[in-house]
Design a binder for this molecule. Structure first.
Ligand code: H53
Length: 836
């Protein structure tokens, strides 16, 4: 086809992008040859994966370009999601589902002598996030595209994502994640759209030509941000929104002055430091690190993104006056909250807006989601660090703070305590910038991520702000995308569901309600159990391959997968395992529902107690799995390197979902939703979104235990006494004594001492206080599992009532209440409405 400059449209289906099996096969072979440079005979599996990925990318390019083109040409509002993390998971399978191309591609791949599942499995997932927060951003991107909402995601293209976890001698070992090593076929670099970011230095004031007082920032370092774009396709729509991730580079890669002076090494030093900025993801979930490089990362990606938005805006608008009408920017936690000061700097210093006007634009642009109440996760930066790296921003924050506190003074005269409590600068001891306060003051809307959490925000960390502006606060309960978490990860169950109620539920999850009557049909329950059995068998194979352990697919799969954290209480779970072990040992003929306890999750590398919990789980596994007296009744397995890919295998296979955080600590949770959606029953506390899940599925279909949030607070306020629980509950005492005796540590009585000391000493997570209630509730679970008919009934009802927890619902609520944005339908055929 000759390249036609007057009409550069690539047809939807031409020789290159056709959808027939023959064309797909041809494309696969062409890409292997022309892009991978390989003959089929010597191509590796990875080469074949790459060739297939390019084949699929070609088929979504038109959607992607049409989408950007339409947004440029139409006068619509665009949502900008600013997030330091995106935990996307592999693209290939998801894109096949969303394009509706699974079947022809499967056939083409098979006729080419390859296996589709195998190729899909080869993809290295982009682990550009730690846990729930990053995965939520990915689910939101999926829903935004599916709902045809104009959106851009901005973030960081970490060269090394979340570390790979290996287990050696029961301990976690971290391995660098080299996800880009063999290339990333899903991204396109756009060096032509690079931007410059300043760092360090000082500020100077001057008077401009009109006689106005101004400030300029003289940095001592300049870094270049290169955008890398990835398409995020909606489900069976033509929308493919853009995820733009920034990579840092030296603005000037080579310092000739230093080179000429003979300083050969020094000549490239700046290049090295600049590139370090986006080298690695900080592997802490909900734990502030306070490192200079982290602040630099945050500022870097936020500045790149805002500059990019301003460029886009000015391409079609004479000024920035209506910037907030063009962009609605959602701050995903405080990580991008420096954006408030940066937008003010860009408007005031670079575009010469008057302060008041700039502030109105800024506040109308931003909204802020808080994701945690944990004190150790609340971001604050020390003033010296801040002023050294971002001297101009500190001045701007002072000014924002002063003007804000002036307002407070009017409303609450002579209330010095309140001023100190509300101040963006914490001056109690060492001075800090409180980022949640900056985000709150700079936003027109603030939300939490589940009903309880949103309520607690108003009562605790942002209480004084809520009193000032109650109308700004709302709740947006999290959700997850049913495309990845059901259609892609559990095709058997998806097919069973669709065979009875059609496929409408994939886009409108409330339609799952139609499954309810099927819960009463014995034949359907039988089919349901058959599916579950097959999926569990798959996981059993995976467990055998990874850890050489044989597990029984008919046992109850009791699963806890999530980051390892004391508040999530994986240690409470393992205490229960030890309790069951002891029961069997003391009563060898005990008949219990056989169980397989499955754990997965990463610990932050510097979080010693979390790592010790992993060691304890593995140590218990070693004893239990090898004790002939236990036989098939208990198996314990810690599967290493829990990530999105592994999540896709494990959620479908679970019978029981462990959501056992201390009440009030888990903001929402999203794993809890994925489990229920796949037909697991939950054992859980009244925490985060568990509360709403229980409301939806019915109290009778949920295993509830534990202290409530007010009870937790009361217990702590009264001076929690772990020893009392230990002395009063013989089951707890027996379990703790066994650990302390060195039974699980080859006689070493010191190994688990730090963990035990924390449980007996200072344990804000009240593990011992909830132990007995948990054990009792687990007993009910075991009994309930014996009645397979009723268990299936409950599982079906769980799935049927999960409609609320689609991220489509969450995004609709953001779109209506916070962003005031409407969908824009993308036409596949008509690429350039202006007819270029
Ligand atoms: O965010 C999830 C919540 C979850 C919460 C998590 C989270 C992080 O993963 C990291 C930092 C942070 O402040 C919060 O722990 O409860 O479901 C998405 O909202």
């Amino acid at each position: 086809m000759a390249f036609n400059t007057t009409n550069p449209l690539i047809q939807v289906e031409d020789d290159r992008t056709g959808l027939s099996v023959e064309t797909l096969k041809r494309a696969l072979a062409d890409n292997l040859f022309y892009l991978q440079g390989k003959f089929p005979g010597i191509a590796t599996k990875h080469d074949c994966y790459m060739a297939l990925a390019y084949t699929i990318r070609d088929r979504l390019l038109q959607r992607w370009l049409n989408t950007s083109q339409t947004y440029l040409n139409c006068d619509n509002r665009v949502v900008v999601y600013l997030s330091a993390e995106y935990l996307l998971g592999p693209h290939l399978g998801n894109n096949l589902i969303n394009l509706g191309l699974w079947e022809p591609v499967k056939q083409a791949v098979e006729e080419s002598g390859l296996n589709l599942e195998e190729l899909i499995n080869i993809e290295e997932e982009p682990g550009l996030g730690n846990g729930g927060l990053g995965r939520l951003a990915a689910c939101f991107m999926d829903s935004l595209a599916t709902l045809e909402i104009p959106a851009i995601g901005y973030g960081i293209r970490y060269e090394f994502g979340i570390f790979d976890q290996e287990i050696e001698d029961g301990w976690q070992v971290e391995i660098t994640d080299k996800w880009l090593q063999l290339g990333n076929p899903w991204e396109i670099a756009r060096p032509e759209a690079a931007v410059l970011v300043k760092l360090g230095g000082h500020t100077e004031s001057y008077t401009d030509e009109k006689g106005d007082y101004r400030v300029r920032w003289i940095p001592n370092n300049l870094v270049k941000g290169i955008p890398y774009d990835t398409p995020i396709l909606g489900y069976k729509v033509s929308t493919a929104n853009n995820l733009r991730l920034w990579k840092s580079e030296a603005a000037e890669s080579f310092d000739f002055q230093r080179f000429n002076m003979g300083d050969y090494y020094g000549a490239v030093q700046n290049k090295v430091t600049s590139e370090n900025l986006t080298k690695v993801l900080y592997p802490n979930d909900e734990q502030l690190q306070g490192k200079e490089l982290r602040l630099a990362q945050q500022y870097f990606f936020v500045s790149c993104s805002l500059q990019d938005m301003i460029r886009i805006h000015l391409a079609d608008n004479p000024s920035l006056e209506n910037f907030h009408e063009h962009f609605a920017v959602q701050l995903n936690d405080t990580h991008p909250s420096i954006g408030v000061a940066e937008l003010m700097r860009l408007l005031v210093d670079e575009h010469h807006y008057e302060w008041g006007k700039a502030w109105n634009i800024t506040q109308a642009t931003f909204s802020f989601t808080n994701h945690t109440l944990l004190p150790e996760a609340l971001e604050k930066w020390s003033l010296p660090l801040f002023s050294q790296m971002l001297p101009r921003h500190l001045e701007i924050i002072y000014e924002i703070n002063q003007r804000f506190l002036d307002q407070v003074r009017i409303k609450y005269p002579n209330d010095g305590d309140r001023l100190a409590q509300l101040s963006i600068i914490d001056e109690a001891g060492e001075k800090w910038v409180r980022m949640a306060y900056l985000a709150t003051v700079g936003s027109h809307a603030i939300n939490g991520v589940a009903a309880l959490h949103s309520q607690l925000i108003k009562e605790t960390i942002l209480k004084d702000f809520y009193e000032l502006w109650p109308e700004k606060f709302s709740n947006k309960t999290n959700g997850v995308t049913p495309r990845r978490w059901l259609v892609l990860s559990n095709p058997r169950l998806s097919n069973l569901i669709s065979s009875r109620i059609g496929e409408g539920w994939i886009k409108n999850l409330d339609e799952l309600k139609q499954l309810e009557p099927f819960a009463d049909l014995a034949g359907f329950r039988q089919d349901w159990r058959q599916v579950k059995r097959e999926v569990k068998q798959d996981l059993a194979h995976y467990i055998k391959a990874q850890s050489d352990l044989v597990v029984n697919p008919d046992s109850l799969f009791d699963v806890q997968v999530k980051r390892i954290h004391e508040y999530k209480r994986q240690h409470l779970n393992i205490l229960h395992v030890i309790h069951l072990y002891l029961q069997i040992k003391n009563n060898p003929n005990l008949e219990i529902s056989p169980r397989t306890f499955i754990y997965g999750g990463k610990a932050a590398p510097g979080y010693f107690i979390a790592k010790l919990i992993i060691k304890l789980i593995n140590s218990v596994a070693e004893v239990v799995n090898n004790d002939p007296a236990i036989g098939d009744r208990l198996k314990v397995v810690f599967l290493s390197n829990y990530n999105v890919k592994f999540g896709q295998k494990v959620y479908p296979a679970a019978d029981l979902s462990e959501q056992i955080s201390t009440a009030g600590k888990e903001a929402s949770g999203t794993g809890n939703m994925k489990f229920s959606m796949n037909g697991a029953l939950t054992i859980g506390t009244l925490d985060g979104a568990n509360i709403e899940i229980r409301e939806e599925v019915g109290a009778e279909n949920f295993f509830l235990f534990g202290l409530t949030t007010p009870e937790v607070e009361k217990t702590l306020a009264a001076g929690y006494q772990p020893w009392e629980y230990y002395n009063n509950y013989p089951d707890l005492k027996a379990v703790v004594d066994l650990i302390n005796s060195g039974f699980f540590s080859h006689g070493d009585t010191e190994l688990f001492r730090p963990l035990m000391d924390s449980l007996f000493g200072h344990d804000p997570y009240l593990v011992f206080a909830d132990f007995q209630a948990y054990v009792d509730c687990q007993h009910q679970v075991g009994e309930a599992y014996k009645d397979q008919e009723n268990w299936s009934r409950m599982a079906i009802l769980n799935v049927a009532r999960m409609g609320k927890f689609s991220s489509d619902r969450t995004i609709r609520e953001y779109a209506e209440d916070i962003w005031a944005i409407k969908p824009v339908v993308i036409e596949l055929e008509d690429l350039c409405p202006d007819g270029q």
